[in-house]
Design a protein around this ligand. Sequence first.
Ligand code: G4P
Length: 198
Amino acid sequence: MKNLQTMIKEQGQVFPGNVLKVDSFLNHQIDPELIKAIALDFAAYFNRSSITKIVTIEASGIAPALMLASHWGIPMLFAKKSQPSTLKNDHVYHSPVYSYTKQTETTISIDKAYLTSQDRILIIDDFLAQGQAVLGLVEIAKQAGAQVAGVGICIEKSFQAGRSRLETAGLDVYSICRIAALDQGKISFLEEDKFCGQ
Ligand code: G4P
């Protein structure tokens, strides 16, 4: 099986605005063996003890989050980007998330029934760019009184501000692949030969 870095090198496409398209294995079609290897890499880095839930945002965070939750035998909880009509506003925690990549603002929400002050969560997401999505989840965790054990990311765009924002907020950030640049269609990594999900 090819690791995440190899898959990005072979199949990743660079689009204007420093956007990396990885639809063939992560964001549209999903490679389950790769996701399994990614989950095991997260499991090797983070200490399972006292983590009660894996938390992500729909849609593309769900696959790696679910695989890790299954490996550890704990629930996976995803924030919704649209509030279901069956949920009243006072029954959810919510936070606005501005995406610089998509230039849209979304309100993410989590049902109060599934996140409480008894929880210690690990946040998992597919990409880290500006960090707004993760900070939205951290804000929701704060509203619930839950602790955040750390943040696991599949692909970090290290040339953008996300990691420093999260570290400034005191978070332990672990990324499987760290991209140094996406210059003129060429993808370069911070750690060229890193293990990267295998
Ligand atoms: P942002 O504010 O720059 O968008 O950064 P953030 O770190 O909050 O990134 C989270 C969102 O941005 C995620 O989408 C992520 O998938 C998307 N994203 C950022 N950069 C890239 C990129 O280079 N390539 C791809 N494919 N996605 C990128 P989301 O809103 O959670 O949507 P979804 O794809 O999970 O549905």
